[in-house]
Ligand binder design. Structure first.
Ligand code: HEC
Length: 459
């Protein structure tokens, strides 16, 4: 990998030198009080922590945010994006439901206030000596999960400069000689060009590849393969609870179902999947599953009905007959998607009243197929008989700036310009005893917290 992709911008010395020149130049004119919010002291540390992982040379974002020179032209745009919370990409609605996630990218309110105040004050540089050292990125930082224990890279596939969307199935061996369990997964299109053409890539596992199968479109029955992970543009990794995993058997093969689209030039698309594995010989206590939930019912094909120029709501329901725990939520819609909610409708109590709980809602931005991994102690517990209810809103009006054609009706379909409205839900099964035990533990913890805070109030 080239050095430029690893370092963030020019580094501290160069930044300091430029600042020094400017400072010397204006020293005689300095009578006003120093600005109260400055780039070097207040803003740069926030960008180094929360932005430059993507906003530096060679990464996914359109511009670098490493130095003052990089950042200054973007000041207004940065304020708009952080205040609207569309950057960093984290679209959970903060006013409803659970707010504790693993790998939460969002900015705390105080950082947003700092950035806004700095832009409003004219985006002053401040004292160059305050500039924090540029964050350095090693090869491993290319992966959000850290250095993978196993990387499976799929053969390249040519996407011509124009034409209909392509859906090739491509296989690659895991190369494993023994059974291993996965504890985190990240899918990455390799390089900027692949990122432009890969709309989504769903990885399945199979142990049943006929002798002499071609790497592209082999004759493998997807129904008999096991879903491992879904990826769509902008998706962050999946991270499982410590005691959970997904089996990758010895000699297994991965099959990736791709959805690719042309972008005006010939591109060789290439995708790789990185895995963190449980140690050799370790069989985690629970198996994690991930499947579609809440596809528009009764049948997606005729239930998703979005009239021209309007905002439409669609509902889908999936029954869980066994107890379990939701460990991750990933909304899925296409370009007209606007907002989605995950609700649980609990089995009826003795008075036949069904309780409904909104677990989370999220704004939708088609660039970002984010997965929200719940922290272990808040991962929603699901009693047997619960219905998972997914509500999706699609905006097919001209107000949706991503809408390619507000004059057309839209329905369900695979193409980017068709729509979908469901969630990928990651979960683990629990026995009835395990469910009751964990529920009791959570209730006890909640009780304790309530008591402590009442005591504090009384003191
Ligand atoms: C996970 C990667 C990632 C992180 C973290 C991230 N960005 Fe971005 N950013 C992107 C990508 C990719 C785009 C272009 C796609 C889009 O607009 O959503 C973008 C777009 C933007 C834009 C709009 C650029 C334009 O062309 O108008 C701004 C402004 C921005 N980011 C600022 C920030 C700031 C400030 C932070 C940190 C507080 C941040 N981003 C964190 C990846 C990221």
């Amino acid at each position: 990998m080239k050095q430029s992709a690893l370092a963030c911008g020019k580094g501290r010395l160069a930044e300091a030198a430029i600042g020094l020149l400017l400072a010397v130049g204006s020293a005689s004119a300095q009578t006003a009080a120093p600005p109260s919010v400055t780039f070097t002291r207040d803003v740069a540390p926030i960008l180094q922590r929360s932005c430059v992982a993507c906003h530096r040379a060679g990464q996914s974002a359109p511009m670098s945010l490493c130095t003052y020179e990089d950042v200054r032209p973007w000041a207004r745009s940065i304020k708009t994006r952080v205040v609207s919370r569309s950057m960093p990409p984290w679209h959970i609605d903060r006013h409803v439901g659970i707010q504790e996630f693993k790998a939460d990218l969002s900015l705390p309110d105080k950082d947003i206030a700092t950035i806004a105040a700095w832009v409003d004050a004219g985006a002053p540089r401040g004292n160059p000596a305050d500039m924090p050292a540029q964050r350095q990125f090693g090869d491993d930082d290319a992966w959000a999960i850290g250095k993978p224990d196993l990387i499976v890279r799929f053969p390249k596939y040519r996407v011509p400069k124009s034409g209909p969307d392509l859906f090739p199935n491509i296989i690659a061996s895991t190369g494993l000689t023994e059974d291993r369990y996965v504890k985190a997964i990240e899918t990455r299109p390799v390089g900027l060009n692949s990122r432009r053409v890969v709309h989504h890539a769903v990885t399945f596992m199979t142990t049943d590849v006929p002798e002499g199968s071609p790497a592209v479109n082999p004759d493998i029955d997807l129904q008999s393969s096991q879903l491992i992970v879904e990826y769509a543009s902008g998706k962050a990794p999946e991270i499982y609870p410590e005691d959970a995993g997904v089996l990758l058997p010895a000699s297994s093969t991965l099959l990736m179902q791709n959805h690719l689209h042309s972008v005006g030039e010939d591109i060789d698309s290439e995708v790789e999947v990185g895995f963190l594995l449980h140690p050799k010989g370790v069989v985690p206590k629970r198996i994690r599953y991930s499947t579609h939930h809440g596809d528009p019912t009764p049948n997606p094909n005729d239930s998703l009905d979005i009239p021209a120029g309007s905002v439409a709501r669609v509902d889908g329901y999936t029954l869980h007959t066994k107890p379990g725990k939701i460990i991750a939520w990933q909304p899925h819609m296409h370009i007209r998607g606007k907002y989605q909610c995950l609700e649980l409708i609990y089995p009826s109590n003795p008075s036949n009243v069904m309780r409904r709980e909104t677990i989370n809602c999220a704004n939708w931005d088609y660039n970002w197929h984010s997965v929200y991994n719940y922290k272990d102690h808040v991962a929603p517990l699901v009693p047997a008989g619960t219905v998972i209810h997914i509500v999706s809103w699609h905006d097919n009006s001209a107000a949706n700036r991503h809408n390619p054609d507000p004059k057309n009706w839209v329905g369900y379909g695979d193409r980017t310009i068709d729509e979908m409205g469901f969630s990928w839900i990651g979960w683990v099964d629990l026995t009835q005893e395990e469910y009751e035990k964990e529920l009791a533990e959570r209730n006890a913890a909640r009780q304790k917290k309530a008591t402590t805070s009442t005591q504090q109030q009384q003191e």
